[in-house]
Ligand binder design. Structure first.
Ligand SMILES: *Cc1c(COP(=O)(O)O)cnc(C)c1O
Length: 309
């Protein structure tokens, strides 16, 4: 990877930001939909989807300090995900751009019928290994990981979704980039690391609401809890479980139509896996007066448009 780095880069993340021409800080835009209840509060959208056309916004934030923590000699990264994973997609593109070898351990076997995401990975020269479900289930088992590391002593293994301690610091920066104040921040929840980062973020207390995109009541809360540091200030947080629409990647005609309308009417690209469910939830929450009048709500658009293909 050293050949892509020039002397003026002080860190690998800085080199990556330059090579990839990332848009950071991401734009913060006003959002005034004609939804019932919207007139009672003010909303702004943090457009992390605009950070990069390929790398999902929150995946960049989660990987930033992971990159900086890589040993200088690192020439191989291994990570995990499903066949549509935005995290694998982000890692694959980043590694290709930085000249690092990338191995993707993919849950299930798509060899006969690769997804667009997997076809991108192959085009970027990633090594794709299909893993059966029982094996994949061991992805955070220390013994299994130790064995994997023995097979690839030179590689750095990044957990699924990039969800590790370094991720929280990168996500927290999202709160530092804009002068405008907010009292409440809302974000979709998959592995929970983005939510965890926001719980630890900022100097003034805000409420943090996560919208679960998968069925995970209880499980997601403990996942987030396990990622939070034991010390330091934390924002008040909760996860809403009424908006997963049947589970991860599940969609229905109502959600699909909502995404299409929102994209067209507000010139705001949303997909049904994350941002569509988030905005669908916000529309419903406004109708139910979930947010106190006058709330300054910040909506995080985490990106993920590739997953909609
Ligand atoms: C991965 C992802 C999320 C979920 O983030 P977690 O940190 O895993 O909760 C949300 N939105 C998009 C677009 C993603 O790719």
């Amino acid at each position: 990877m050293q050949d892509k780095i020039v002397v003026s880069d002080t860190s690998l993340s800085q080199a990556a930001a330059r090579v990839l021409a990332l848009t950071t800080p991401s734009p913060l835009i006003d959002f005034k939909p004609d939804w019932p209840g919207a007139e009672r509060i003010s909303m702004q959208i943090k457009r992390d989807d605009l950070i990069h056309p390929v790398i999902s916004g929150n995946k960049w934030r989660k990987l930033k300090y992971t990159l900086d923590a890589l040993p200088g000699s690192c020439r191989h990264i291994i990570s995990f995900g499903g066949g549509f994973s935005n995290h694998l997609h982000a890692c694959g593109h980043l590694c290709m751009q930085l000249g690092i070898r990338f191995t993707a351990l993919v849950r299930g076997n798509y060899a006969a019928n690769p997804t667009p995401m997997l076809r991108d990975l192959a085009a970027w020269q990633a090594c794709i290994q299909y893993v059966d479900k029982p094996t994949y289930a061991r992805r955070s088992d220390p013994i299994w990981l130790e064995n994997l590391q023995k097979q690839h002593p030179e590689a750095v293994i990044i957990p699924e979704g990039g969800s590790q301690e370094h991720a929280l610091k990168g996500v927290a920066e999202l709160m530092e980039e804009d002068a405008a104040a907010c009292d409440h921040i809302i974000v979709p929840v998959g592995s929970g690391a983005t939510l965890a980062g926001l719980i630890c973020a900022g100097h003034n207390p805000v409420s943090v609401t996560g919208v679960a995109v998968l069925k995970g009541e209880g499980y997601l809360e403990s996942l987030v809890q396990s990622l939070l540091p034991s010390t330091g200030r934390q924002n008040h947080w909760r996860i809403l479980h009424d908006y997963h629409q049947g589970g991860y990647g599940k969609r229905n005609a109502t959600l699909t139509a909502f995404c299409e309308n929102t994209t067209r009417q507000y010139n705001l690209p949303v997909e049904p896996v994350y941002s569509g469910k988030l905005l669908f939830a916000i529309k419903d929450l406004l109708a139910k007066h979930f947010f106190p009048d006058g709330t300054r709500l910040r909506i995080v658009h985490t990106g993920g448009m590739q997953g909609a293909r």
